[in-house]
Write a protein that binds this ligand. Sequence first.
Ligand code: B4P
Length: 191
Amino acid sequence: MVNFLIFGPPGSGKGTQSVKLAEKFNLTHLSTGDMLRAEIAAGTGLGKKMSSIMSKGELVPDEVVIEMIAAKIDSTQGSAGFLFDGFPRTVAQTEALEKMLNERGMKIDTMLVLEVDHDELVKRLVGRAELSNRPDDKEPSVIENRIDVYKAKTEPIINYCRERGIYQAVDGMGTIEDIFIRLSDKMNLLL
Ligand code: B4P
C-alpha cells in the first residue's frame, strides 16, 4: 500500500483534489473534516461537542481525530493505499499516524503540499460559503482564524516531513483540472 498526505491551508483544494485522486488511483480517501461534519449532521454527542470548536475555526482535540482515523484504517480492505486529507493537523497527530501505520507494516510515503496565495484562499472559502452551509466559511474573521491556526499548529508538520524526505510542494494555483494533473503526475511516480 502507498499512503499519501494531501496537505495545505484551508481552501487550498485538499478536499476537492482528494475526491478526484482517490477515484483515479483506487485509494481510500480519509477526510477528518468530512468525518467530523458527519458526526455533527447525525447529531451525535461527539458531533455536538465538536460543532462549537469547528464553527470558531479551531482544531478539535488530537485524541478525537486519532481515534477516528485508527478505526477507519482497521476497517478498510482492498485499497491501493490511503489518501489522508486534512489529517494530520498537528505534529502530535503526525507522530500518532506514523506509529499507527508502522504498527500495521505501513508508512507515510509522500506528503503533497498545495501552495496557494492568501488572497486566493480567502476568495475560495468566501465563494464556498455562498453554496454550502458550513458555518466556518461564513465569517471572514473565522476564515482568518483558520489560516492563523494552520500557520501556528499545522505548518510545523512540513519541517517534520522534510526531515524524513517525504515532502513535495505542488503549485495549488490555477484551475482544478491543472492542479489535478500536477498531483497525478507526482503520484504516478509512486503507484
Ligand atoms: P476541513 O474539512 O479539512 O476543511 P478545509 O481545511 O477548509 O479545506 P477543504 O479541504 O474543505 O477545502 P478545499 O480546499 O478543497 O476542516 C474543517 C475543520 O474541521 C477545521 O477547521 C477543524 O476545525 C476541523 N478538523 C478537521 N480535521 C481536523 C484534524 N485533523 N484535527 C483537528 N481538527 C480538524 O476547497 C475550498 C473551496 O475552494 C471549495 O469551494 C472548492 O470548490 C474551491 N476550490 C478548490 N480548488 C479550487 C481551484 N483550483 N480554483 C477555484 N476554486 C477552488
